[in-house]
Design a protein around this ligand. Structure first.
Ligand SMILES: [Cu+2]
Length: 310
């Protein structure tokens, strides 16, 4: 069995996709035309496929008084009458998403790309997923924002913000549903000439001896001395970068350069953080985006620090 995720778009390459094997390792990812994708998946008899697009145009069920009564809407009003039932169910739970029209021609281009794709998949034996499946190739509709909201237990930050990306990546990492194959967490010996800076991570601060950071030839020896799990994310930022404002903002922070990050560290853990390349002169911020018991990210509770390399 392989797992295939597809995101239809309105762009020149009408879909993005990723394929995971049965052990959830990424075996392929890319973008292109349905033809390219169908060639790629041809060798696999068993495929579970999730598509980020409505599976059918709107059937108008919510304009039927009986159906409206059944889902708790006032039968003779028109609220939500232009939404699909699933869209109404998500929206009334605070999860906003697109509205799927009834007419194919008036639908956004990416939805049309989605319907064309579902059709192509049907032609090669895919059937809609059911709880007791008979087909070995199945697809279903997903709405990733809804999935992340349910898994996290709250609505995440927008996906185009740094915080939002990290929330999603951490969730995937923690639930073990995604493995990053090109990153390896090893314990290499420290190269010569490297100054090791001890770093305590606890609720909710990083503590380290900043005068020790005299050049970019450094390594951190991070110890989680707190009671919760912590991580360190290091970003290089411009001289005039307002870290607090960036953390509070819904918009994507501009000018940050990602240097590296650790996976979540358990209380009591110690980890050496070694940089492959000597850090260039500049201003750096370290942050922890692990969630507190109330779901707030540690960085928002003050778990961030900065250092400068001359
Ligand atoms: Cu933390």
């Amino acid at each position: 069995m392989i797992y295939l995720g597809i995101d239809p778009t309105a762009g020149r390459r009408p879909l993005n996709y990723a394929i995971l094997d049965s052990k959830l390792n990424i075996v392929a990812e890319g973008s292109g035309h349905p033809d390219d994708l169908l060639r790629t998946i041809e060798p696999y008899p068993d495929i579970m496929c999730a598509v980020d697009a409505p599976i059918v145009p709107n059937k108008g069920l919510l304009s039927d008084p009986a159906k409206r009564a059944e889902v708790g809407l006032s039968p003779n009003k028109i609220t939500y009458s232009r939404y699909r039932v699933c869209e109404y169910e998500l929206r009334r739970r605070g999860i906003n998403l697109y509205r799927t029209p009834a007419e194919v021609e008036t639908a956004p281009k990416w939805m049309q790309a989605g319907w064309a794709l579902y059709e192509r998949l049907r032609e090669i034996g895919f059937e809609t997923h059911t709880p007791e499946p008979s087909a070995s190739r199945q697809f279903f509709e997903v709405h990733p924002h809804a999935t992340f909201t349910v898994r996290l237990g709250h609505v995440p930050y927008r996906k185009d913000t740094l915080e939002g990306r990290l929330q999603r990546q951490l969730l995937l990492l923690e639930e073990g549903v995604w493995k990053i194959d090109e990153e390896e967490f090893t314990s290499p010996d420290l190269p010569d000439g490297v100054t090791t800076v001890h770093l305590d991570a606890k609720e909710f601060a990083f503590e380290f001896d900043s005068p020790l950071i005299t050049s970019g030839n450094i390594a951190f020896e991070m110890a989680n001395t707190g009671a919760q799990r912590h991580q360190i994310v290091i970003e290089q930022v411009p001289e005039d970068f307002d870290v607090k404002a960036a953390l509070m903002s819904e918009d994507e922070a501009e000018g940050m350069t990602h240097i590296g990050s650790t996976p979540p560290q358990e209380p009591g853990d110690t980890r050496d953080i070694v940089f492959t390349n000597k850090l260039p002169a500049g201003r750096y911020v370290m942050l922890c985006f692990m969630p507190d018991t109330d779901g707030t990210q540690h960085a928002l509770k003050g778990m961030w620090s900065e250092f400068t390399i001359e």
